[in-house]
Ligand binder design. Sequence first.
Ligand SMILES: NC(=O)c1ccc[n+]([C@@H]2O[C@H](COP(=O)([O-])OP(=O)(O)OC[C@H]3O[C@@H](n4cnc5c(N)ncnc54)[C@H](OP(=O)(O)O)[C@@H]3O)[C@@H](O)[C@H]2O)c1
Length: 254
Amino acid sequence: MGQYVDLLKDKVVVITGTTSGIGKAMAKLFAAQGAKVVGSGRREELGQQVVDEIKAAGGEAMFVKTDVSDFAQIKNLIDTAVKTYGRLDIMVNNAALEPQILLKDLTVEEYHQVIDTNLGAYVFGCRYALDYMLPQKSGKILNINSVTKEQIVPGVGVYSLAKAAIGNLTKTVALEYARDGIRCNEVCPGLILAGAFENPEIREWAKDSIENGTPVPRLGTVDEIAHAALYLLSDEADFCNATSLFVDGGRRLI
Ligand SMILES: NC(=O)c1ccc[n+]([C@@H]2O[C@H](COP(=O)([O-])OP(=O)(O)OC[C@H]3O[C@@H](n4cnc5c(N)ncnc54)[C@H](OP(=O)(O)O)[C@@H]3O)[C@@H](O)[C@H]2O)c1
């Protein structure tokens, strides 16, 4: 049985969307567990702050400014990680937008923005990671999905469309490349104190849904998601493939 220290020792990990929320929590936890973390996002200053915090705590990290809706920038992110650290062990697709748009109001531009960011970037995150993982005959890919892959919430229809498709993407990678030493899993958070829920007005608006729509009647924390991700990326989880780990307080049952 491995100890709960250095679970990712010397692993090279690329994460999309480390400037806030769940991605930031994963970057810090993975670095504390020995990983060399390559973070990304559009907000350079916030991304660099996370790198500075990791380094101040004795960890190793760098930031690559990346807009994941431009898939060439995802390739650049992964290529830069490999140029810097020599290999790619783990790819975490996490960056996403969650705009509140009813289907009747959706524009073509909004559709492309959400689908490119929330789905296309995951597809090409997997695609470009495989370029390095296949010759190595090893690698782990983790997709941060959502309870909304199963549960439809009015106003986030296009978001949940992308999340449902990520479920199939996870299964496709898991099935196509398991024999090449590559595993692909997903974490499906419920309502988490991050993103929109950092706004007290949104928390107040969603109070009933948080308290009555979740069997564990509270928001989850970013650290609870990061720890679930850490488990799936550790060697201790090597028999998990196409696993959907729901961290949602049981919300999917309601
Ligand atoms: N919070 C929840 O309740 C919840 C529930 C279920 C699932 N999730 C999932 O968890 C993941 C993280 O969300 P979060 O809650 O941590 O939200 P968040 O704090 O808003 O973080 C989103 C991250 O995505 C990045 N991002 C967004 N668009 C991007 C783009 N075009 N290019 C590059 N980076 C981009 C943001 O960075 P920049 O703005 O710097 O680009 C930010 O770092 C998402 O996949 C989300 O769907 C969250």
